[in-house]
Design a protein around this ligand. Structure first.
Ligand code: ZN
Length: 466
């Protein structure tokens, strides 16, 4: 993630010829700076690796761990707070060339054709209906389509997104192969050239009116003064969208993880309810068997079991996307003649009292599914927006020839207005917490006298336990 504005060495020219400024219309309605005409979706990026470590976050007001190596006043960029949002196409394609448009009626205050942030920067002044003045800032653009003092209407073209190479640590998470993006700010002040206090003034450049896009040591809301600094751009636009409800840009710019302990690394007492008819611990510590980390969910492995783990959460009604994903693995001693042992991935809807309204299967794994390897599965749960849901992994095994079902790295990231309604780490009400004996998958050996359910086909070797 390279959102850095390089230190300016150019001699800049002030283009604002204020005597040419015409009165612009009041900024009554705001729309997102990308997607106005192309209908595509753009949003900040927030990425976790398979162990659910945050590796990249381009939202407003956060530190981005993927900002490596470049420093301002001796502090690593990864420790600075992002003063805007870096917006990317959400479909993984390159954002290069995307049309940048004015978010509201206003007047161009800054449109230096020589500044190298990299790319050009445009600052537009907007006067709100209450008389307040705010500024929108568009960074890393080319094909500059405006000049200082020009009056703009909402949706007018400002430029296009500049190509930038990706130089961070995780190219595997950048399928487009580049790092082209729009750095976008909403702020209550115009001149960002001198906002850093001592001893951090090295970042202050007298001709760098846009600023450097980051604040330190405080959060951008308070720079250069509390209540007069930057503000969350997506939140501001949503709050001023009026009756304009674009299909694009519905994501308010934040993605929240709605599951607690989805990777199970907090152990068995956090987040998940569990039930095992055999009394087994279903979230054991078993390094070497997991998809990542040291804990996972371990269902099955013995005969005549009925087990489940579940977690309940309430989805936001305004979610722009709800993606449910997990990894599973199956190993078995079963005969391949039929499905005997099952892992069901289920979803329930609950009423306000917690009573189950509906139960449905999202996915089913059996002893005849792909064996011996981790498989990624995902589901679009957008249709459940606004519902209280329970997500369940449930296994049943029959009377012979056991099957192991593993689940790990369960995730429910939601693009919405607000975060999850629970306190992280709080188990659902009613979670039983008895002592549970751990299962031991390595102790599973083929039974001495397996009882065939139906005669296995001839010459088919009984699958070996790994
Ligand atoms: Zn940025």
């Amino acid at each position: 993630m390279r959102i850095i504005m390089v230190a300016l060495s150019l001699t800049l020219v002030v283009f604002a010829t204020l005597n040419r400024v015409q009165a612009s219309a009041t900024a009554d309605i705001f729309s997102p700076p990308l997607g106005y005409h192309d209908g595509l979706q753009y949003a900040p990026r927030i990425t976790y690796d398979n162990s659910h470590n945050l590796i990249e976050n381009t939202n407003y007001g956060v530190k981005n761990p993927d900002l490596q190596g470049l420093k301002c006043f001796g502090v690593d960029w990864s420790q600075l707070y992002h003063a805007g949002e870096d917006l990317y196409r959400t479909d993984g394609s390159s954002t290069r060339g995307a049309e940048v448009t004015a978010v509201a009626n206003g007047t161009v205050m800054f449109a230096d054709p020589l500044i190298d942030w990299p790319g050009r920067v445009v600052i537009v002044k907007h006067v709100l209906t209450n008389g307040q003045t705010i500024y929108s800032v568009y960074g890393h653009i080319e094909n500059l389509a405006v000049v200082a003092a020009q009056t703009l209407a909402r949706g007018d073209k400002i430029g296009t997104v500049l190509y930038q190479a990706y130089t961070g640590r995780y190219s595997q998470y950048h399928p487009s192969g580049d790092d082209s993006h729009l750095h976008f700010e909403i702020r209550y002040f115009y001149d960002g050239s001198n906002i850093y206090p001592a001893p951090y003034t090295t970042c202050n450049k007298p001709d760098n009116v846009p600023g450097v896009g980051y604040t330190y040591p405080g959060i951008p809301d308070n720079f250069p003064a509390p209540g007069a600094g930057y503000t969350n751009p997506s939140a501001f636009i949503r709050a001023h969208a009026g009756t304009f409800l674009p299909a694009i840009g519905r994501c308010p710019g934040n993605s929240y993880e709605y599951l607690v302990n989805g990777n199970f690394e907090s152990g068995s007492a956090v987040g998940w309810a569990q039930y095992s008819s055999g009394g087994y611990q279903l979230i054991p510590y078993l390094p070497g068997y997991t998809h990542s980390g040291d804990y996972f969910a371990f269902l099955g492995a013995f005969n005549n079991l009925s087990e489940n783990i579940s977690q309940t959460t309430t989805l936001p009604a305004d979610a722009a996307s709800i993606n449910y994903s997990y990894w599973w693995q199956m190993t078995t001693q079963e005969y391949p003649s039929a499905d005997y042992d099952y892992l069901r991935v289920q979803i329930q809807t609950l009423d306000g009292l917690g009573n189950v309204i509906t139960t449905g299967d999202l996915y089913t794994v059996t002893n005849r599914s792909t064996a011996g390897q981790w498989v990624f599965q995902s589901h679009d749960l957008s249709a459940y927006s606004g519902w209280t849901i329970r997500l369940i992994f449930s296994d049943t095994t029959d009377g012979s020839a056991p099957t192991n079902f593993y689940v790990d790295d369960v995730s429910l990231p939601i693009c919405g207005l607000s975060g999850p309604p629970y306190s992280a780490g709080t188990p659902p009400a009613g979670t039983p917490t008895p002592f549970r004996p751990a299962k031991t998958p390595i102790a599973l050996t083929p039974p001495a006298n397996p009882v065939p359910k139906t005669p296995p086909p001839p010459n088919i070797a009984h699958p070996a336990y790994p």
